[in-house]
Design a protein around this ligand. Structure first.
Ligand code: FAD
Length: 409
């Protein structure tokens, strides 16, 4: 792809997670020179389990990432621990058809491999930790830990929840502890689980969930169990045994899936985020992905939104003369304006669901579950609002791509 109408500028992207890789690909396609700086010796996925909604799949496809046979198509349902359905997430049929299911289940390394395969050679620089970011109206300067200084027209912080760029632009904001932890794993063993499903179920304090996956041509399942855990307390238990105990009271096949998982394929994370920011960009710098909107895994959309951010930012920088400060400001403002409400809704809803399902006071839990089992409340809050967001993101992508195609021609 050659964005001939674009005067080449220099963009430095910090962090080779989904946000950084998508940004580097999309900005490169917009016709700018890009460098993607990663502190570790490789772009490595922080974890295994993953699901993606149709908008990131669409953005990946438009950026030329191979999405053929990526993940297992799944229809999502919320259920109670005994298996009674509370919510069916209903996406329009044409969306399900076009994106091979409403919500695909995959393992994170495959997404990384496919993004890396799309990055042009020489863009990714590993073992490159940025330690300081400075800017004025003429450009940005990045100081690396080895003493090198990299100059660029625009810097993009895709450097995760503890983002240096976010801190530099906006100061420190405290992490919001959810006082929850999650154990996740996967197995390729045949335990007789149904394919094509993502089942999110809750008992009084624990979420026990599973979904079909497809990983490098192999069919399997991933699962996760999530429950209260005081953030200030260390965890020293056995991951597999703890997960098995948490899953024990749930309907089949969850306990069987956990039992079939190899202990080395079980991981644990603590849930935390930061409250949404009013503004992301300042001067010639902006932030994307978890750096801009760290989101609890409850949303199962952090990597998806990170991918969308990168796609939209690159598309918006097409045709922009990056030496022109006013043009850069305008483009960064226009990039973030629609992203902020979408990402804030997802991260706030994820926070809210975590509190509702796991931290409701004991006397309220019975009433809560009665309401969730016998009224359409959850169907309205989750089953209908999520599909509406998905469809509106797909339309935003159509608009961004139309503008991009026009700028290129
Ligand atoms: C258990 C769990 C389940 C999840 N499930 C899902 C799901 O199903 N679907 C979904 O969409 N999302 C999910 N998420 C969320 C998702 O993992 C994150 O939102 C996503 O990884 C964010 O991507 P990112 O690129 O913004 O940041 P990261 O993935 O954190 O990448 C940041 C990168 O920046 C690098 N870096 C940081 N500082 C520097 C520096 N100074 N110099 C150079 N490099 C630097 C880091 O090394 C890292 O490679 C889940 C998260 C968890 C914990």
């Amino acid at each position: 792809m050659n964005a001939s109408a674009t005067k080449r500028g220099r963009v430095a992207v910090i962090g080779a997670g989904p946000a950084g890789m998508a940004t580097a690909i999309s900005v490169g396609q917009a016709g700018h020179d890009v460098v993607l700086l990663e502190r570790y010796p490789q772009a490595r996925p922080a974890g295994n389990i993953l699901n993606l909604w149709p908008p990131p799949i669409k953005a990946l496809g438009l950026m030329g990432v191979d999405t053929e046979d990526l993940g297992a198509p799944c229809h999502s349902e919320f259920r109670n621990a005994a298996g009674r359905r509370r919510v069916s997430v209903k996406l329009p049929e044409e969306v399900v058809r076009e994106y091979r299911g409403g919500f695909i289940g995959l393992l994170r390394p495959e997404l990384y491999e496919r993004l890396l395969a799309t990055l042009p050679p020489g863009v990714l620089r590993v073992n490159s930790r940025v330690e300081k970011v400075e800017q004025d109206e003429t450009g940005v300067r990045l100081s690396m830990t080895d003493g090198e200084v990299i100059e660029a027209d625009v810097v993009v912080g895709a450097d995760g929840i503890d983002s240096l760029v976010r801190r530099t632009l906006w100061g420190d904001s405290p992490k919001r502890e959810h006082n929850l932890h999650i154990f996740g794993g996967f197995t390729f063993d045949d335990v007789g689980a149904e394919r094509g499903l993502c089942v999110l179920s809750h008992d009084r304090t624990v979420q026990g969930s599973w979904t079909a996956i497809r990983h490098k041509g192999r069919d399997g399942f991933q699962w996760w169990v999530l429950g209260p855990h005081e953030a200030s307390t260390d965890f020293s238990g056995d991951l597999h045994a703890t997960a098995a105990a948490m899953a024990a009271g749930f309907a089949a096949p969850l306990p069987r899936l956990v039992a079939a998982t190899r202990p080395e394929d079980v991981q644990r994370w603590v849930l935390r985020d930061r409250k949404p920011l009013r503004q992301w960009s300042k001067g010639r710098a902006t932030i994307v992905g978890d750096a801009a909107h760290p989101t609890s895994p409850y949303a199962a959309y952090g990597a998806g939104m990170a991918t969308e951010d990168g796609y939209f930012l690159g598309r918006r920088l097409a045709g922009v003369d990056l030496s022109d400060y006013a043009a850069v400001r305008r483009a960064l403002e226009e990039f973030e304006a629609p992203r902020k409400p979408h990402t804030a809704r997802q991260s706030q809803q994820a926070w809210f669901l975590g509190q509702l399902f796991h931290h409701a006071p004991r006397p309220v839990r019975y009433l809560r579950d009665l309401i969730l089992d016998h009224t359409p409340l959850l169907q309205k809050v989750v089953g209908e609002s999520s599909p509406a967001e998905i469809v509106s993101q797909l339309k935003e992508i159509d608009r961004a791509e139309a503008r991009f195609t026009q700028v290129k021609s």
